[in-house]
Design a protein around this ligand. Structure first.
Ligand code: FRU
Length: 913
């Protein structure tokens, strides 16, 4: 809204200013060479004229008869943006260059009264000074008593053009009519200079009867001198006829006559404005001379001047009033436009305010409904949370109860298993099975204890039982249990303490911290590959004991790092290596001590777990030796897998077991090793590799595995020509129907849910293998059966319960053989390579499908074809032998007899052909 308001304000201020603004105002500069009565009159005229022009202002400067000052004045006008300069040059020669300069700069110049040399000006307004001189001479001749005036001429300023011209006109007219200029001396246009000149000349030339002065001021000076020398007889004439000085002097008989030198100030301004506005004007104006002012008309002229003055005064008053009105008008105009602007602005603002208000209202309503929605969502979330909490609580309660319930039977299992474990009369297999049971009973017991402890912690019922210990010695004892497994797996396990053997005495709940330590270090073992490094260190920093467990294991992703201490959070959900409670319980135990636990980790580099515990002391002695809660057995139960012996027996079928759990592998191995040769793979990818390599008779495969899961593994086995016939038994903890369907969709032949019963496993395996055998028999009866009599109709091929891949495989094999059956060099190697298989794969595949070796199968198929030809064609035995790929008819006869119990000739004779 702010932006729009500013926009409106700007527009209306511009409109208002535009409405009130005036057009261009011209600046006119007037440079007078002198300051005197004549020029005062002219300046009055200039000012009067300017009053009539609203579009012009004037500034008048006087040079006080100084060339230098006048040059400075002209430059001032030129440099200060004056549009036109009007100059009355003091001396022509001295002022010409300065005037030319401004004229050349493009500033219009009007020369008036006195002139310059040349014509570097825009206009010149002058007076006919020669004419005035002539008029003066004429008057002198007229008033001279003897008609022959003897004249002293008081010259103006030498070098100023009016003086030169007034002299020229006067002397020409005078001398031409019998008059004479006895002397001519400069009075420099002023009285003070003129007086001494007149005084000395009158003394020198007593015959003089007329004084001709170039202006009235010098004439009045001459009159005073003549009067003082008692020469009142001398006639005195001047020029200018300015009312206050010249005409008054005539009226008072101080001088005899004066000649009007027109001022024409108004004409200057009019010409200047015509030039500036591009209107027509005359470049050179010469105002004509007029007749003399003497006693006969001086009074009238004075009266006229008075009248003029009065009119001027009235005009001034009028002008002031007009100015006042104009000012009022201007301010009213401004007010008018400003009011309009303000009103429009006000409407604009009101509109914007109303719109903003409306928008705000709408926004508010939207917000309110959004808020309401949010509140509803929040309430819903809250009630969902509460329900979730309740559900979690009851789930936890359930877990706790179940854990309690499990503890008793577990103890009852644990004891007999422990006793069995110690028994000496067990077979190796029984011993292995008992070891697995014992190990898993311990794991179960630890898990149940963890759940119960965690519940206690959550309910605030977990107590600290502190005892003062030497932590260095204690942790060294804890570490002992882990060295055997580290050695077995070539893991470098070290315990570092920068302060050497110096005891670290502190009070801890040792049982709990031992569990924390056990959890951290067994995690390190679980995630660190063989040949890796696990380092444990502890150090006292300030009042804290810092324990670090670092490993070179697979590390934890950034996503998991933040949740790793959360209850039931499992880093690897597909392949969990724990229940997810261990670390949260470790955190609980550490926090119970007022400490912290944290982790830093880089994927594929390793992790560092740091536990910081505040050091504290309780009264009492340092406990010398503590009962260890975590036994070597518990460590090995958690971390090691019993080795199984793998023995191959040529008579037994080959079984491939694919499972990431070493215990399961070990268990199956123990259960089935009597019946099968067993090979194992820890994940799907390795499983596929081994299946292709060994073409086992049966595959048992877990579903959830790292690297490649069981479903993918099964699918690949079933898609691969060399392995597609192998039955696959999926073995998994997922027992839901949907997952079974997924398994079957991927080609599984059987499904067995964990935990499984050993007998069911055995019978499933046996059934799959025997199914396979039956299929082989079907193959045999299909294309390869020999020894049947041809009287029976050839059995029509019936669909076999085998995959399309196997059918295709066998069809391709038959096609290759049939196409080139006459070729006795078509051997197993050639057919295998045409089928895109290695010889051994081809061998195992054919054997698995038909129970015949490829050589045997090819021979049987050749014989069968020979048999057919014998019975259905007239071809000779040797022709048939070659046609079916036997190298000699004798070899064909031998093989035929072996297969059918009679020679080909006998067979033909028997049939009467
Ligand atoms: C005034 C004046 C007049 C004279 C004129 C000539 O400064 O001396 O008296 O007529 O200049 O330029």
């Amino acid at each position: 809204m702010g932006k729009r308001l500013i926009y409106f304000i700007t527009i209306f201020i511009s409109i208002t200013l535009a409405a009130c603004s005036e057009g261009k105002v011209y600046k006119i500069g007037v440079s007078q060479c002198s300051q005197d009565d004549w020029r005062s009159k002219m300046n009055d005229e200039i000012n009067r004229e300017i009053m009539l022009h609203e579009d012009a202002v004037v500034e008048i400067r006087s040079a006080d008869d100084s060339n230098a000052k006048q040059i400075a004045d002209i430059r001032y006008f030129a440099d200060n943006g004056f549009d036109i300069i009007i100059v009355s040059p003091n001396e022509a020669e001295a002022l010409t260059p300065a005037i030319k300069d401004v004229y050349d700069r493009g500033i219009p110049v009007i020369i008036f009264d006195r002139n310059i040399i040349g014509d570097t000006y825009t206009a010149h307004i002058g007076v006919d000074d020669m004419g005035i001189g002539r008029q003066a001479a004429h008057y002198a001749l007229h008033i001279a008593t003897d008609g022959h005036p003897k004249v002293i001429e008081i010259f103006g300023l030498p070098g100023s053009t009016p003086a030169e011209n007034r002299h020229e006109g006067f002397s020409e007219e005078l001398t031409a009519n019998g008059g004479k200029i006895i002397a001519s001396e400069p009075g420099n246009w002023n009285k003070e200079d003129a007086i001494p000149v007149v005084d000395s000349l009158l003394r020198i030339y007593p015959e003089v009867n007329l004084i001709y002065a170039h202006n009235d001021r010098m004439a009045i000076g001459a009159s005073e001198v003549a009067h003082s020398l008692r020469r009142d007889d001398i006639k005195i004439i001047g020029i200018d006829a300015a009312p206050e000085i010249g005409i008054r002097a005539v009226a008072d008989s101080v001088i005899d006559a004066t000649f009007l030198y027109p001022t024409e100030g108004h004409r200057l301004i009019q010409t200047a404005l015509a030039i500036l506005k591009g209107e027509p004007y005359s470049r050179n104006v010469q105002i004509p001379a007029s007749s003399a002012v003497d006693l006969s008309n001086a009074d009238i002229l004075l009266l006229q001047d008075e009248g003029l003055k009065e009119e001027t005064r009235k005009m001034k008053v009028l002008k002031e009033k007009i100015d006042d009105y104009w000012a009022q008008h201007s301010s009213q105009t401004f007010l008018f436009y400003a009011s309009i602007a303000i009103i429009v602005l006000l409407f604009g603002v009101i509109f914007l305010v109303l719109r903003a208000f409306w928008q705000h209202h709408r926004h508010q309503a939207a917000l309110m409904s959004q808020n309401k929605l949010l509140e509803e969502q929040r309430d819903m979330q809250k009630s969902l949370n509460e329900k979730l909490q309740e559900a979690t609580q009851s789930k936890l309660m359930f877990f706790t109860n179940v854990s309690h319930d499990l503890r008793t039977p577990l103890t009852l299992i644990a004891e007999p298993v422990a006793q069995l474990n110690g028994a000496s009369n067990l077979t190796a297999q029984q011993q292995s099975l008992v070891t697995i049971a014992d190990k898993n009973v311990k794991i179960l017991r630890r898990l149940i204890n963890q759940i119960l402890d965690f519940r206690k912690y959550e309910n605030g019922k977990l107590d600290l039982h502190l005892s003062e210990i030497d932590f260095g010695r204690t942790i060294a004892e804890w570490m002992e249990a882990f060295y055997p497994i580290a050695r077995k797996r070539d893991i470098k396990l070290s315990l570092d303490h920068p302060d050497g053997d110096k005891p670290v005495i502190t009070a801890l709940d040792t049982e709990k911290i031992e569990r924390v330590f056990f959890n951290l270090i067994s995690n390190a073992f679980k995630y660190t590959p063989d040949n890796g490094t696990i380092s444990v260190s502890y150090r006292v920093i300030g009042d804290n004991l810092t324990i670090k467990v670092s490993d070179t294991g697979e590390g934890i992703s950034e996503r998991d790092l933040g949740n790793i201490f959360d209850r039931f959070y499992q880093v690897d959900r597909v392949h969990p290596k724990g229940s997810g409670i261990g670390l949260s319980l470790a955190k609980a135990f550490v926090e119970l001590h007022g400490g912290t636990i944290s982790v830093e980790s880089t994927l594929n580099k390793g992790s560092v777990f740091t536990v910081v515990l505040p050091m504290r002391h309780i009264s009492g002695n340092v406990t010398a030796s503590l009962e260890r809660n975590i036994t070597d057995k518990e460590v090995s139960a958690e971390l090691s897998t019993p080795e199984s012996e793998i023995r191959f027996d040529a008579e037994k079928p080959l079984l491939l077991v694919i499972d990431d759990n070493k215990d399961i592998l070990y268990l199956i191995n123990t259960l089935l090793q009597d019946t099968y040769n067993i090979i194992t793979a820890p994940n799907g990818r390795e499983g596929v590799r081994l299946a292709v390599k060994y073409i086992p008779d049966l595959i048992i495969c877990d579903v959830m595995m790292p690297v490649m899961d069981g479903l993918e593994c099964c699918r690949r086995i079933k898609e691969e020509v060399s392995t597609s016939h192998i039955p696959v038994l999926m073995l998994t903890a997922c027992s839901m129907d949907e997952q079974r369907v997924q398994g079957y969709d991927n080609g599984a032949d059987g499904y067995l849910a964990k935990p499984f019963n050993a007998d069911v496993l055995r019978s499933q395996c046996a059934s799959l293998i025997s199914n396979r055998k039956r299929i082989k028999e079907l193959w045999n009866s299909r294309d390869t059966a020999v020894g049947q009599t041809t009287q029976q109709p050839h059995p029509s091929p019936r669909p076999l319960p085998v995959s399309d891949i196997d059918n295709d495989f066998y069809r391709r094999f038959l096609d290759i053989l049939k196409a080139d059956m006459g070729n006795s060099d078509l051997n197993v190697d050639k057919i295998a390579s045409l089928m895109g298989l290695e010889r051994s794969q081809f061998y195992r595949k054919i054997k698995a499908l038909t129970n015949y070796s490829p050589v045997e199968l090819i021979r049987r198929l050749r014989l069968k074809q020979g048999h057919n030809l014998l019975l259905t064609t007239e071809k000779t035995v040797s022709e048939i032998a070659y046609e079916t790929g036997f190298s000699t008819p004798a070899y064909f006869t031998k093989c035929y007899r072996d297969a059918y119990g009679e020679t080909p000739i006998e067979a033909r004779n028997r049939l009467g052909r």
